[in-house]
Design a protein around this ligand. Structure first.
Ligand code: SF4
Length: 340
């Protein structure tokens, strides 16, 4: 397998007047060439900070305080802003949740995408740039692409603006596309169109995708492998089938139980995960999910669980996988013994 991205023991913090917010606390993973990987978790889990750390786009007091981020074998941590500008767009590009905050409202969309092309290839003439932008607009299925170059962002619907953002991200054919909740602000039918579009352009261009979302259902549409984050850590990693069929971490089980199912009994209520995320200025010594976990026992409160390997590409940071873990009430041991 050829790694496009290798993240090793990444630690990212924000300095605030109340103390150091340890948003990412030792995250390691790889993304292979042509692979689509999902990073899932609720707000504050560290998933977006992980992606912004890869892009070196941390706002304010955000700093990578430890670890390594290698893109195509090159270390990104410590590169200057100028060096990163040559990498962003060309090797790695990002799509954000709200295109209105990423597009300049005063510049026609065709010009904005053209600028991205020009920033990486100054030899392109205006006519060549416009022809490339029309191609890109056609690729992302913007109707009457040649007539829309001079339109302003406010003249597009939310879904069409997101297509412009995808066109801009694809402009320089990046090896890795990071999509941070790109469909959250869209209604369900448009969300489906955008996911289908991303799947087809990924196939066409053979790039890798890192999809950041709070929604496991969205990941199922697009990704072959999933990382579940909580409290700044990866809690479970597995392929998409194992995550849904054999989840090992109680947090993953909770996320799956909270997905609406059209076939389920209408009187059955969705099960929310009760409680709130941990305080990341003073993260707990033990498992960060312990206060919300129905299976928490004493060791969970005292010691951070290590990563337990449970099969090919499947791992979980949970004491339930320890061979000395009690079997009474342990959903994993019950499952092995064929109990419900
Ligand atoms: Fe629950 Fe303990 Fe596993 Fe954490 S380590 S998820 S508290 S059982």
């Amino acid at each position: 397998m050829e790694h496009i991205l290798e993240v090793q023991d990444l630690h990212t913090s924000f300095l605030t007047s109340s103390g150091e917010v340890k948003a990412v606390r030792g995250v390691s993973f790889t993304v292979e060439k042509g692979e689509s990987i999902g990073i899932v978790g609720e707000s504050g889990s560290g998933k977006s900070v992980t992606s912004l750390s890869v892009m070196q786009l941390l706002a304010g007091t955000g700093r990578i305080v430890g670890g390594s981020v290698k893109l195509n074998g090159r270390e990104l941590v410590g590169l200057s802003a100028k060096e990163m500008r040559t990498i962003r767009g060309k090797e790695v590009a990002m799509i954000f949740q709200d295109p209105m905050t990423s597009l300049n409202p005063l510049i026609p969309v065709g010009e904005q995408v053209g600028e991205m092309l020009w920033s990486h290839d100054k030899a392109l003439s205006k006519a060549e740039r416009e022809a490339r932008v029309v191609d890109l607009f056609q690729m992302v299925r913007i109707p009457e692409a040649d007539k829309r170059l001079k339109s302003f962002p406010h003249e597009f619907s939310g879904g069409m603006r997101q297509r412009v953002m995808i066109a801009m991200a694809l402009a320089c054919k990046p090896d890795l596309l990071i999509a941070d909740e790109p469909t959250t602000a869209l209604d369900v039918s448009i969300q489906d169109q955008i996911l289908k579009l991303m799947r087809s352009v990924q196939k066409e261009m053979g790039m890798s995708i890192m999809f950041i979302t709070h929604d496991l259902g969205v990941v199922a549409e697009l990704c072959s492998r999933v990382l579940v984050m909580y409290g700044g850590l990866i809690m479970e990693e597995a392929n998409i089938f194992d995550i849904f069929e054999q989840p090992l971490h109680p947090y993953t089980m909770g996320l799956i139980a909270s997905i609406p199912d059209l076939n389920q009994d209408k009187k059955k209520r969705l099960q929310p995960i009760i409680g709130s995320p941990p305080d990341m200025i003073h993260p707990p010594a033990g498992c960060p999910f312990a206060p919300r976990c129905p299976y928490a026992c004493r060791i969970c409160l005292e010691e951070l669980p290590p990563v337990f390997r449970a099969g090919e590409g499947h791992s979980s940071r949970c004491w339930l996988l320890d061979e000395d873990a009690p079997s009474t009430g342990n959903p994993l041991k019950n499952r092995k013994e064929g109990q419900p």
